[in-house]
Design a protein. Structure first.
Length: 300
């Protein structure tokens, strides 16, 4: 094993003790799928690395996505809050925040951030809930901004989740979502992710090592600096590279979608496109990645 390979292996293995919980479970609360990645265990590990620089970067990314510097007074719904970082960014920008997640450990992570940075704050509510549960959604009301980054494609019913999220936006409000783009290898990745969810801790760790080794080789072929890429990774919404690799390899359920399908779905619901960040079609050899979409609900 080379020095770089050993570094990759040690880096991805450093969070294994927490990631070991990210295996398939029987789904609760009425969501019907036979395998589900435990995102919350991954987020819990990520929180140990959260610092002011990552939080500031999350704020900047949110500002760029919705093209606003401040959110004072806006009602902001974070669908699938995960670590709680995006909710924290929105609250620091002045929004009144409601966060929810289906994964109970993710709810705990978001609660930890709220209690750490905004203890006793009446303008930040954290719930356990599902975007597929109409009864729960009916208790929320509507929001100026409904935000869901990299979540709806993991519900097992992505299009229903998109529709449900869209219905929570007030007229004139924004829907900001990130969804996996369709690639030639999406069927392969769906199978890989389902396998990864049920694999042993040892098998998951070895898979991450193989993935990182191949990715480093691909960077070398293109004469790109892999180490610099990893070092700059926190610039992607304050995220962490190794945790995102684990998330990518295990993120199941998994669906993907094209720009045309997103456009068709949301136009039917009375939305117009504000802007998007859509990448060109690709093979998806190392994953599909997310495209970002921001839509405004037309006044009824």
């Amino acid at each position: 094993m080379s020095r770089h390979d050993a570094k990759d292996f040690n880096a991805q293995n450093s969070t294994t003790s927490v990631m070991s919980e990210s295996r398939a479970t029987t789904v609760r609360d009425g969501v019907t799928t036979d395998a589900r990645f435990q995102f919350g265990a991954n987020w819990r590990s990520f929180l140990s690395e959260l610092d002011e620089e990552r939080i500031t970067e999350a704020e900047r990314s949110l500002q760029l996505l919705i093209a606003r510097n401040r959110l004072d007074g806006s009602r902001f719904l974070d669908v699938g809050s995960g670590s709680g970082l995006s909710s924290l960014a929105a609250r620091r920008l002045g929004a009144k925040v409601v966060s929810f997640d289906y994964d109970r450990q993710s709810v705990e992570c978001t609660t930890i951030l709220r209690d750490r940075f905004f203890p006793g704050d009446p303008n930040w509510r954290v719930d356990h809930g599902s975007i597929l549960n109409r009864d729960y959604l009916g208790t929320l009301g509507c929001f100026d901004i409904v935000y869901s980054w990299g979540v709806l494609h993991h519900t097992g019913a992505m299009r229903e989740a998109i529709r449900n999220a869209a219905r929570l936006v007030v007229p004139g409000g924004l829907l900001a979502v990130a969804l996996y783009r369709k690639t030639a290898l999406c069927k392969f990745w769906a199978l890989e992710k389902r396998w990864y969810c049920t694999a042993s801790q040892r098998a998951q760790s070895f898979t991450r090592w193989i993935y990182l080794r191949l990715l480093r080789f691909a960077f070398a072929l293109r004469r790109r600096d892999f180490s610099a890429y990893v070092a700059r990774y926190r610039g992607k919404r304050g995220m962490d590279f190794i945790h995102d690799v684990h998330d990518w390899l295990g993120g199941y359920p998994y669906e993907s979608i094209t720009l045309a399908d997103v456009e068709a779905e949301l136009k039917k619901l009375g939305f117009e496109s504000v802007h998007n960040n859509v990448h060109p079609p690709s093979l998806g050899l190392f994953g599909s990645g997310c495209d970002e979409y921001v839509y405004r609900r037309l006044a009824s």
